[in-house]
Design a protein around this ligand. Structure first.
Ligand SMILES: Cc1cc2nc3c(=O)[nH]c(=O)nc-3n(C[C@H](O)[C@H](O)[C@H](O)COP(=O)(O)O)c2cc1C
Length: 478
């Protein structure tokens, strides 16, 4: 694992390992929708990472960086693997890293580049940054899309990091949208119960491992800093703020402030184009009263605007992480011979491949995969296939579903809790508090009892395809 010092170190690595074209500098795009739409088109085409500069109305050098991790090659670089690592091996490597992970606490340093500019008092101005309006239905400009929101437990000193969307609500106001079970909300409640606002720091622009760790579901009491340190094999260097919150010394931007209870101050937040591909949530939400902004010279806003979840390069490492956690869960549930797990549309469809050893294996795998679904998760379709299916290729998965499923017998419906942003929750069910949704378990394996008599596939073997590619390489682009 490469311990990237910061976002810039990662960007340099992308170009060093994948070539100069891997990071495309785009000059002159407008913060109002243009950056968002270019980002979406680029992600759909699985294009390069995009560094927007010379954004009209803002100083040259104040940048926005998007599509930073979406492709398998960029994800591999982010995890310190060779860029051409096969997709399933990335998931497997992640699983190995998670298994071996030794939490490594951050180290405090006295100074760092994030202190190059310190804006205090009347100099505090969030509008100084070229924050994009990402989608045309957004209710504001979201500076925090792949951000790290830090809060410190007043009793234990535990520092929690979470990714919660953050919208600029004025020069010194930021809104945060945290779902009810988020750790920062639990920490804030402790302050509020004591009649105090909750100190908060929002980090905008950090290396990909910190970004990923912030979105990981670490248990209460475990700091995502320690996980990030363990994953990358070196502690994160932090500066301690007056509030006691440690922030990455090499962050691009740190927004420091305090969050009063909702009944003291709140603001209309949303809507925002969410990862499901829809706008759902908007309401009175928590506010950060910004007291100080720290930023590097020529700061970079790290942006990960949500897109429809089937866009291949549209997001960070969420699908790979979900797949590796599900794989781990299957193995610890005793599912035999798991050959791979892959997630589509973030995690809306989880596909497992197994080498069947008995008639119950497919159902066991389906139930175990569905059992990993976290309360409030939105995994919807669970599919199990045989080992001959390349689960990283959607066409292979569809072929298995279309030709190995007997719809009356191989498809099972269950009902589990869903999340508030599920677009399929009807207004009536939402109002009644019935936050449940159907899930589908699909056994797309050859029936074990007559597996060996299943008609033979007419696709050439991988070995012969490779041989033909080699032999005909010069004459034909295969
Ligand atoms: C790109 C991205 C954006 C997210 N945005 C939000 C959000 O706006 N609100 C929220 O409650 N969770 C959001 N999440 C999910 C949380 O970050 C995630 O559940 C995390 O584990 C929460 O941390 P916590 O358990 O320490 O509270 C987002 C995740 C990602 C990857």
């Amino acid at each position: 694992m490469t311990a990237f010092r910061d976002l810039r170190h990662y960007v340099d690595n992308l170009t060093a390992r994948l070539g100069q074209d891997e990071v495309k500098v785009v000059r002159g795009a407008d913060w109002d929708l243009e950056i968002g739409c270019i980002t979406e088109l680029g992600a759909e085409a699985e294009g390069p990472a995009l560094m927007f500069d010379d954004i009209p109305g803002y100083p040259s050098g104040f940048r926005v960086f998007t599509n930073f991790m979406g492709t398998p090659a960029r994800t591999a670089v982010a995890l310190g693997l060779p860029p051409d690592t096969p997709k399933l091996d990335i998931v497997r490597a992640w699983q190995g890293m998670s298994r071996r992970l030794e939490p490594t606490p951050p180290v405090e340093v006295a100074t760092g580049p994030v202190l190059e500019n310190v804006l205090e008092d009347d100099k505090v101005d969030l509008t100084a940054f070229p924050t994009p309006r990402w989608h045309d239905g957004d209710g504001g400009r979201y500076i925090g899309t792949a951000c790290m929101v830090l809060a410190r437990d007043p009793d234990t000193g535990w520092v929690n990091a979470g990714t919660y969307r953050a919208c600029v609500q004025g020069r010194d106001r930021l809104s945060l949208w945290m779902l009810g079970n988020r750790h920062a909300r639990a920490i804030a409640t402790k302050y509020w119960q004591r009649g105090k606002p909750c100190p908060i720091a929002v980090v905008v622009g950090q290396d990909p491992i910190l970004s990923t760790a912030a979105a990981m579901a670490a248990p209460a009491g475990v700091s995502e800093y320690d996980l990030a340190g363990g994953l990358r094999g070196a502690p994160v260097e932090v500066l301690r703020l007056a509030s006691g919150i440690p922030v990455p010394a090499h962050a691009e931007i740190v927004i420091e402030g305090e969050m009063p209870p909702l009944d003291e101050e709140s603001v209309l937040e949303g809507p925002f184009g969410e990862w499901t591909g829809y706008y759902t949530h908007s309401g009175q939400e928590t506010v950060v009263r910004v007291r100080r902004i720290l930023h590097r010279d020529d700061p970079i806003i790290l942006g990960a605007p949500p897109m429809i979840p089937t866009v291949p390069a549209g997001d960070q490492a969420v699908p790979l992480y979900s797949a590796s956690v599900t794989w781990e869960h299957l193995e610890s549930s005793g599912v035999q011979n798991v050959r791979g797990v892959w997630a589509y549309a973030r995690q809306l469809m989880m596909v497992v491949s197994i080498e069947q050893t008995g008639a119950g294996d497919a159902m066991h795998a389906l139930l175990a995969a569905a059992g990993r679904k976290r309360s409030g998760g939105m995994e919807r379709y669970f599919v199990v296939v045989d080992e001959d299916i390349d689960i990283t290729d959607i066409n292979h998965v569809l072929w298995a579903i279309f030709t190995r499923v007997d719809p009356g017998r191989s498809v099972h419906l269950l009902r589990t809790p869903t999340t508030a942003i599920d677009p399929r929750l009807s207004p009536e069910r939402r109002a009644a508090g019935d936050m449940t949704m159907g899930i589908v378990l699909i056994d797309a394996c050859k029936p074990f009892a007559w597996k060996d008599q299943y008609p033979r596939a007419n696709r050439f073997s991988d070995a012969y395809r490779t041989e033909i590619r080699e032999r005909w390489r010069a004459a034909l682009p295969l």
